[in-house]
Design a protein around this ligand. Structure first.
Ligand SMILES: [Zn+2]
Length: 374
């Protein structure tokens, strides 16, 4: 078990203790409350409230409740202190020498709020930060409405959105939405409604062109409905799989239409930061006392955080370890490996051909194709 796991397990133990304590406390508190109610009920039945005050004062139910609350709070407070002890001090090391650009940060938070549909919070932030209205505001407002509809399995708004954009930037989305509409009609209004939709919807007719095989599958499935289990058409009616898939496809196409990432940038940065933090802390702890260390934004160690967080927005030459740019772009070698143009020129020097730094394949000449990362 490594140190992070140990820290985690000690917190889990704290949490278990809190859960146990809360269960017992709830029992005690409910018991005391029941007793108060019972005493009041009894007094009411006997129409004699003269003893009630004394009885309640003797039993001290409120004092017992307060005491139980205090005991519970002590457990919470202990866990909070443990968390501070375990993480707070460490995190400082991880973020040393990092200067956050408040303007960039505000933009990131604004976009994040818009993505999550937190429009009120977004507007407040725009006002308080004195920044400009994001040109994504209207886009995200529309997207949020459609996402909400899709989650409620309503397709109309998404179909309308896709129809408007399909001619400009064709994608699979419109067809997938219309197909889902057919399936939904079969499930809710019956076969006739589905067949009518397929016949009368201009969009469906248009999308069906060139998709003969798939249309045949849908038509056969309609004929067999509802006895589809264990047939090859069942996947068409697998709602648990199809609705999330359609929602994801919609988000993907919508993000692409604005050239933005499908996931919130700030959430991605946060998740990537959590993965990188242990190594960053270690690195900063080791180097913080070395006065000779040159502090730059680049970290001289590789931090592997998984392929989900790789975007290829820049390329580091494996020979010179420099980030490529328009003056020194990445070039493709014969074997498929990539290095920077300057490194390639240095390696060629006056020779006819040179060996790839990664594999034994030789590449001829200096006129190598440049790669453009988008
Ligand atoms: Zn190679």
């Amino acid at each position: 078990m490594n140190s992070t796991q140990q820290e985690g397990s000690s917190l889990l133990k704290d949490l278990e203790r809190i859960k146990k304590k809360t269960r017992i406390s709830n029992k005690i508190i409910n018991g005391q409350l029941d007793q108060i109610i019972a005493e009041i009920e009894e007094a009411k039945i006997n129409n004699d409230f003269s003893q009630l005050k004394d009885k309640l004062q003797n039993q001290k139910p409120l004092t017992k409740i307060k005491q139980t609350y205090n005991e519970c709070y002590a457990y919470f407070s202990k866990m909070g202190k443990n968390m501070d002890k375990l993480f707070k001090k460490n995190l400082q090391y991880g973020q040393e020498h990092v200067e956050l650009d408040s303007r960039v940060l505000t933009e990131l938070i604004k976009n994040h709020l818009l993505r999550d549909g937190e429009f009120e919070a977004y507007e407040l932030l725009v006002k308080e930060s004195g920044s400009e209205e994001s040109h994504f505001h209207q886009f995200f407002a529309e997207i949020q409405t459609i996402v909400k509809d899709l989650k409620e399995r309503k397709l109309e708004s998404a179909i309308l959105w896709a129809e408007k954009r399909h001619k400009r930037s064709p994608s699979n989305l419109l067809y997938e939405l219309l197909k889902q509409r057919v399936i939904q009609l079969v499930q809710t209004e019956g076969i006739n409604a589905a067949v009518n939709f397929m016949r009368n919807s201009d969009s469906f007719q248009e999308q069906a062109q060139g998709r003969l095989y798939e249309i045949c599958l849908i038509t056969y499935s309609v004929l067999l409905w509802p006895n589809l289990e264990n047939t090859k058409y069942y996947y068409l009616y697998d709602d648990e799989r199809n609705w999330p898939r359609i929602l994801n496809l919609f988000l993907e196409v919508a993000s692409k239409s604005q050239n933005i990432l499908i996931k919130s940038e700030i959430r991605t940065v946060f998740s990537a930061g959590c993965l990188a933090m242990p190594k960053l802390i270690k690195y900063n702890q080791i180097t913080r006392n070395r006065s000779s260390e040159v502090l730059t934004n680049d970290i001289p160690i590789d931090i592997e955080i998984g392929k989900d967080y790789k975007y290829h927005s820049f390329f580091v030459c494996p020979v010179s370890r420099e980030v490529t740019n328009t003056d020194n772009p990445p070039v493709l070698l014969k074997c498929g490996h990539v290095i920077s143009k300057l490194s390639a020129h240095k390696m060629i020097a006056n020779k006819q051909k040179f060996k790839c730094p990664t594999c034994p394949v030789e590449t001829k000449g200096a006129d190598l194709p440049e790669l453009i990362f988008i």
